[in-house]
Ligand binder design. Structure first.
Ligand code: SF4
Length: 453
């Protein structure tokens, strides 16, 4: 079957669309293996011209839409166009259909949605579509037809990740990405043992029957074989970026993986480190195996937001200790901070600024908090009536998705602009820089910035 895959995913400051996503990449590899002809179009917004051109180029028989929960409007408008001009069957998958399958099935033209990990369910479903005599009910795929809504249960999780093919990358124009960045991205696991309330992990986990292993890691040999293949295919790789938040959470797996990686690959790598599960030994091992940069989710500086709203189970002492250990081990640290969460206040914003000053990351990514559908933090905001009326449009314009009376969206936006400006000038500077008054630092930062230009 000729399938046009539409990836609805937001653009980020560093990346355009389509953007490599391991789970979608694996699905595409499976579909290609089954003989389907695939084309991929990335859409962060509704773009009629691009859709028309892709339809003319690829003459699809089916549309598969992978939809991020912040791109539902773009998907809706695209499907409206398709139902009017090119009525093709639309099957959806990805995070949005997983957290809101009924909502996704109500989008124009959507006939079926795959929930959770779609590898087995979707490939089986597409096979059955070709055969009118085969029953169309497949575990993990909800259907809408004239008889109503079919909601079969979930299939078992893929236990052995090594049995899956390596993710497809060419359709994501991966050669260009490697050429531009010098890095390759690798997913080593599926599932996560933590339960942060700003993430969909626990909602997806709840779909599956108990008694199954939720957090699954690939074997070191399987990962290293993929890295070797990618290095051969894409010359100029200088860095491996491990995408999983759970990368350093299973110490037994890590103890197997790191020495094998250092021996068989040896490239510098970057990974996530969770500050509530990082000790000196782990960080030392990471450094010895070639870890040169680590991403640490700080969440928010305010304890109420970090631990009650985001449920990160993370103390300020753990954060301070982790950043100090990384510095000591010679690993560059990047703090990821969310601003504008439920219960944000002027006081918690200032706490964020001073926490960054204390932990002294080498880099900081200050993000505007957006209440992703399917998360407990969003449910909380919804209960209080704090969701912004403009919905996901706010996300695409880098504006707050909440309107909290104690800390208005406009105030959060002003704070974030100022903090990003200060950080651009200040991150990586000596500790004493932070002791100067903010106004002095901002003025000096501008002078330095002008000189750099
Ligand atoms: S550690 Fe990351 S992936 Fe795991 S629950 Fe928290 S935010 Fe989600």
């Amino acid at each position: 079957m000729r399938i046009l895959v539409l990836q609805f995913i937001p653009e980020t400051r560093q990346r355009s669309v389509p953007r490599f996503e391991p789970q979608l990449g694996t699905l595409l590899a499976l579909l290609e293996r089954r003989g389907h002809e695939l084309a991929l179009l990335g859409l962060a917004r509704y773009a009629e011209g691009e859709i028309k051109a892709a339809l003319a180029r690829t003459l699809p028989q089916l549309i598969y839409a992978d939809i991020a929960p912040v791109c539902v409007d773009a998907a809706r408008r695209t499907f409206e166009y398709l139902t009017r001009h090119e009525p093709l069957p639309i099957v959806a998958g990805g995070l949005y259909p997983t957290v809101d399958p009924a909502g996704c099935l109500s989008l124009p033209g959507v006939y079926a949605v795959a929930l959770g990990e779609p590898d087995a369910s979707l490939s089986t479903y597409l096979e059955r579509m070709k055969d009118p005599t085969a029953g169309q009910i497949v575990s993990g795929v909800w259907l809408r037809d004239e008889r109503g809504l079919a909601q079969p249960g979930m299939p078992p999780l893929v236990e052995d990740l090594n049995s899956l093919p390596f993710a497809h990358r060419e359709l994501f124009r991966y050669a260009e990405y490697v050429q531009r960045t010098g890095q390759i991205e690798i997913a080593v696991a599926r599932g996560c043992p933590q339960r942060c309330a700003y993430c969909c992990n626990d909602r997806v986990r709840a779909l599956y029957a108990g008694g199954q292993t939720w957090v699954r890691y690939r074997a070191p040999g399987n990962i290293l074989a993929e890295i070797a293949l990618l290095r051969e295919r894409y010359p100029g790789v200088r860095l491996v970026r491990f995408l999983d938040h759970a990368f350093a959470l299973d110490l037994v797996w890590l103890a197997d993986f790191l020495p094998a990686y250092a021996q068989k690959c040896g490239l510098p790598f970057r990974c996530h480190v969770r500050a509530n599960a990082a000790d000196q030994r782990t960080i030392q091992r990471l450094a010895e195996a070639g870890c040169r940069a680590a991403d640490i989710e700080v969440g928010s500086a305010g304890n109420l937001i970090r631990n009650e709203v985001f449920d990160m189970d993370l103390s300020a002492a753990q954060l301070r200790a982790t950043f100090a250990l990384l510095k000591h081990a010679g690993i560059r640290s990047r703090a990821i901070v969310y601003v504008g969460a439920p219960y944000e206040s002027e006081a918690s914003l200032e706490e964020t600024r001073s926490l960054l000053a204390r932990i002294q990351p080498d880099d900081a990514d200050v993000r505007l908090y957006y209440p992703w559908p399917g998360t407990r933090a969003r449910d909380l905001a919804q209960e209080h009536g704090w969701l912004h009326s403009r919905g996901e449009e706010q996300y695409h314009q880098d504006r707050s998705g909440l309107d909290v009376p104690a800390c208005r969206a406009v105030h959060v936006a002003r704070f974030i602009r100022r903090l990003r400006g200060e950080l651009r000038a200040e991150v990586g500077k000596a500790w004493w820089w932070w002791r100067w008054p903010a106004v002095t630092r901002a003025a000096l930062g501008q002078v330095f910035a002008r000189r750099r230009v």
